[in-house]
Design a protein around this ligand. Structure first.
Ligand code: FE2
Length: 278
């Protein structure tokens, strides 16, 4: 008998401008609330005029993973390990910064020249202390190779973990579930979710219901414990299901570095300044 998860609390979102003027929508409260996720940014949607598109030029990271998933637009990624990749709609890039990486995340030249609609997600996944200084690695999951689960009125891209018996090939350091779900109005979905994991749902279109509680566009619902979640679509809707284990360690955070102690942050800054971070 599965124990249904319910909505423990709802975190509203706010829209902010990041870096060079990049519009993101993010939960108004994050931090340990979303453990093991450190950040959940919905990039756009924004319709750029020619010459307007902006990105994040070269910057470092240490101690966690950045996961980029594009819904519309085109982005280019390049890093200090020599990895280079193009992201088009449906593509996922799972970058484990580990002990350090310097990278750039920019719209393609075509996107800058011609403009167009940019929409996607960047999520930061924390790493436990024992893995924070692991060697960096980079995994790509193209839209063509992406596992899709479907049943009456429900479509789901399995970025990480499993949904409706379909599994992702992404190798995560800690057990992560990351599913993009689209549901037609009136459809339903039951998703099993390991009781050990913290679970949350970010709605970015329409309205769904979880155990009698409505969650609408622009809200992050934090879920109670349980082994399963029951979703009902009150309208045509889209959302992300995110789950992962509680890391339960102190978080020391400074810009692009997320470690356990202040000393480790100072070390990261020094390593970056001395050119030995990557
Ligand atoms: Fe980055």
């Amino acid at each position: 008998m599965s124990e249904q998860r319910s909505v423990k609390s709802i975190v509203p979102t706010r829209t902010v401008l990041e870096g060079g003027g990049f519009k993101v929508r993010r939960p108004a409260a994050m931090g340990s609330l979303m453990s093991p996720f450190l950040l959940l940014d919905e990039m756009g949607p924004v319709d750029y005029a020619p010459g307007e598109a902006v990105g994040a030029p070269w910057h470092p990271h240490r101690g966690f993973e950045t996961v980029t998933y594009l819904l519309s637009g085109e982005m280019e990624h390049e890093d200090s390990q020599g990895s280079k990749g193009l992201l088009t709609p449906g593509d996922v890039q799972w970058m484990t910064a580990g002990k350090g990486i310097i990278h750039s995340e920019m719209p393609t030249k075509k996107m800058i020249d011609e403009g167009g609609l940019m929409h996607g997600f960047q999520i930061w996944v924390n790493l436990p202390a024992k893995d924070k200084m692991m060697n960096p690695r980079y995994q790509d999951l193209t839209a063509a190779d992406s596992p899709i689960a479907e049943k009456d009125g429900v479509w789901a891209r399995v970025v990480a973990g499993e949904c409706l018996g379909v599994e992702s090939s992404i190798d995560t350091v800690i057990p992560i579930t990351y599913i993009h779900v689209k549901m037609n109005q009136g459809s339903d979905l039951e998703k099993s979710l390991d009781s050990e994991l913290n679970g949350m749902v970010y709605v970015f279109k329409g309205e769904i219901e979880i155990e009698g509680k409505s969650v609408s566009d622009g809200s992050l619902a934090l879920l109670s414990n349980g082994s399963s979640v029951q979703f009902k679509a009150k309208s045509d809707s889209e959302f992300l299901i995110l789950a992962g284990p509680e890391i339960g360690e102190p978080i020391a955070r400074y810009g692009p570095f997320v470690m356990n102690t202040r000393e480790e942050i100072i070390q990261a800054i020094e390593d970056y300044q001395n050119g030995i971070l990557a």
